[in-house]
Structures are given as C-alpha cells and as structure tokens.
Design a protein around this ligand. Sequence first.
Ligand code: F6P
Length: 531
Amino acid sequence: MDNPRCDKTEAWAALRGHYEAHGRDLDLRDAFARDPGRFAAFGVDAPEIYADLSKNLVDTATVHFLLDLARECQVEKHRDAMFAGAPINHTEGRAVLHTALRAPKGQGLHSDEVHDVLDAMLTYVETVRDTAASGIRHVVNIGIGGSDLGPQMVVPALDAFTHPGLTFHFVANVDGHDITPVLRGLKPSETLFIIASKTFTTQETMANAMAARAWFTANGGTDTNKHFVATTTNVKAAAEFGISTTFGFWDWVGGRYSLWSAIGLPIALAVGADNFRALLAGAHAMDRHFATAPLAKNLPVLLGLVDVWYRNFHGFTSRSVAPYHQGLRRLPAYLQQLEMESNGKRVDLDGVSLPFGTSPVVWGEPGTNGQHAYFQMLHQGTDVIPVEFILVKRPTHALADLHTKLLANGLAQSQALMQGKTTAQALTEKAPTASKDLDAQTIAKHRTFPGNRPSTTLLLEQLTPRSLGALIALYEHRVFTSGALWGINSFDQWGVELGKALCNDLLPRLASGDTAGLDASTAGLLTKLRA
Ligand code: F6P
C-alpha cells in the first residue's frame, strides 16, 4: 500500500490526544463567545458554494491536526493519481476518471472519445426535444443504482430549466409495482425508453427493459429503433437486445459517478445541450478547486477531514442531509449510494481488516419536511448526528414569501441545534400545552435541549445546472478524501455480489420448491411464499 493509512500516522496520535484533552468537550457556544472571528475563520469559498463550517465541533488546533493528517496520508498524491488516470480502483484494475467527462475539450484524458460521445448525444437530444417533430412526450429511464439515482436526482432539481413538453419517469426496481403505474396512460408513439446500464447485464434493468419492450409491441408500437435507446459500456449486449441507438461510456467511469456520461441522457433531454454543458462546467470548476486549492482552503478536503473527525474520534455513526430545496428531494438517496457504496468498506487496500469505522450512514429529507418528522431526534435524541443544511439564496419561482420562510426555517434549525435550551431557560417560559398534572421542573426537563449539536451549512446563490454540477462534484471529492484517509478502495463494490449470486440460486428454487441445502429460515420462508 502506497499511502500511509490514517491510523498509522503521527497526526492520528496527535488528534487522539487533542480529542481527549479538548476535542470531546468543545462547546460551540463558548467557542463563538471566545472568538468573534469564528464565522469568518471557518468559512470556505469554493466554486458556486460558500460553506459555513463554524458550527462544527472543531477549533483551529483540530483543523491544524486534520490537515497534518491529510498531508501524512498523502491525499494530494492520491488525488493527483486519480486525475492522472492511475488504476486507483486496484481490485478491478481500473482508472477512476469521471473528472475526464467534464473537462473541456482537449483538456482531460480520453478527451476525443469523451467529446465525440457528448457531441453526438447532445445532437440527438435536440432532435428529441423538438417535440413537434419527434412526437415524444414521455421519457422513461430504465436503470438502477448509478444508472438511475443521478438522473433521478438531477432532473427534478433542474425543474425550472426543463423542457415543458416532456415528462420524465424513472423505473428501477424489479418490482412490477414500479413500472406498471408508469406505463399506465403512456402511448408507444409518444414514449422514449432509455435502457441505462453500465454492464447491460443487471437483472432488474434487463427484466424491466423486456417488460417495456413487450408493452411497446403489445400496444401497437412499431419503430423500436426510434423509441428505445441504450446508454452503456456494453454496446454489443445492447445491440443483441435489439437497440440500435446507443451512447457508450467506459469502464473507467464508476456507476455511481456516471451521471456525467451517457447515463446523463435523461438530464440532457430535460434541460437541453447548453444546460447539460453548464452542469459539466460546474463540476469541472469544482474539480479544479479540488486539484489546486491549498488543503486549508480546499472544501472537499475539509469536509472529508471533518467526516473522519466525527466518525473516528467523536464516534458519530450517521450524518443527516437536509436540502432546503424541494428540487433536491432525491439528493439524500443519491448520496447514500455515492458515500455508502464507495466507503462502506471494512478492509484497507491490502485487504487488512480495519480497526476503525468507515462510511457513516447518510440519510435525510428536504427541509422543512424533515423538521416535522425526525428533527425531534436530532434535537433531543440520545445520539449526536451532524446535520448538513443546503440553503439556496434565490429561488427559481416567484413566491418570495414562501422562500423567506424556507430560509428562516433552515437557519433556525442550525441555530437551535447549536444553542439548545437549558432547563433554567425552559422554566422561565410558558408551556400552554403542557399537562397541569406535572410539576414545572419535570416539564422543563422535557423541554430542555442539550445543544452543541454540530452542523455544516452549504450556501448556493441559486440552484442552476452549473451550481448543481459543482455541488455534486463537491460530494464526490469529499467521499474521495475520506476514503483516501481511511486507506480503502472507494471505487469497487464487492459487497453487492453475494446477494446477486444467492438470488440466482433461489430463483429456480422459488419455481421448483427445492429447499435442499438451505438454512431453515430461508427454506421455511420459501415454502410459505409458494404455498
Ligand atoms: O449492484 C450495484 C451496482 O453495480 C452499482 O454499483 C451500479 O450503479 C448498479 O449496480 C447498476 O449497474 P449497471 O449500470 O451495470 O446496470
């Protein structure tokens, strides 16, 4: 293994000492009271995004030691190796070059191939978006995981930029309850199916693609060439399936990093060629920031370092993401694959079991909806869960009053998490809905908030293709950073294989009823399912 693993460094030991001496007990309220410059000191400007890190459980010394950790773990060297196309996905012998997909023509690796496909795809996109000529009104993307979550997240996020005559549907699950309501009400002549699969072998996607094709012909569809298109690295398999219009990509694009490739076709269809290029440009701007900004001002690096600080020193096991923008409602789901499939690993690059935790659980809902669901736990639960607020200064709608309320809510939540409320304060307040049968002290204890709960706020001027591109790339590089510190391979996903293999074994057994060799639970359940 080239890069020293985080726990083998001097900085790790220094961080352990710092945590025991000061870190564990850092109180944000005191920190702000002591340092009037804290907000400015912990603010970071990155392309399209301002990040307020000041409400995190860090002080100058913490950041100092964390930056030492990044240096000792050679994060920059590892980053440069990624950009240079080294096979850093070493278990699959592959380069990791999603950054090349958003580099301007002539600037990235594989530029000619990348831009040939991009240009061809964007030319095709404009023919479909000419809905009077194409007759297409509905686009159905059939794909799962990385072939679904990126486009499914981005298309609603860019609703304000979307073609008004096209409606987008996403089918992922091998559950007929997914595709059935989508197909209901569609007409073959108005529908374009995109079969999106890096491998073109994924069970769910192939099953849904076959169901879509059967529906298409059963309902009088004739021109399969016009109404089915594939986005894949396996052009041969797509051709065997009977699809002649195909946009390809390459094995150096990981599934969860693929929305910038042909997998972004639904996005391009929704927002058009210029906006798709703006999405790529925003991501490229963040790539340059990640590649060149000094570590102390490098936002993805700082976020990745704070993630490690929380996971491995504070022992926090999850992080909640609260985008205060309804368009970003699928961002938490997207980030679950990005972070948890990338960094949900238990061995280092040499296969040695790790003595520390890796990926946190990432979860969330848009604000303010989450406030009326699980924020109770964030404020008063027994676990500390760092929260990430995403606030967008200017909306793309005209309802200014709603937007002000939305922003006030987001700010209030991060304030409340940090400030908390003492029992003494609670005692001074009226609680009109509290039971008259309990004494004031007991009620006040129930109304006490511990506070000192950390959060990060990411501020965007407006949610545009460019700023969204930058935001997604920020998350990609943050995951890269924590993965590099942990010394794991963030780019493979062997953990999905076992279930797939066992499913293939169980499929014929569900038909035959053969339970030989199965454990008693699986055999019993299988028998009940067949009864
Ligand atoms: O099962 C996990 C996975 O391999 C993901 O990594 C990937 O994004 C998804 O399946 C879909 O794969 P494909 O694009 O090859 O259909």
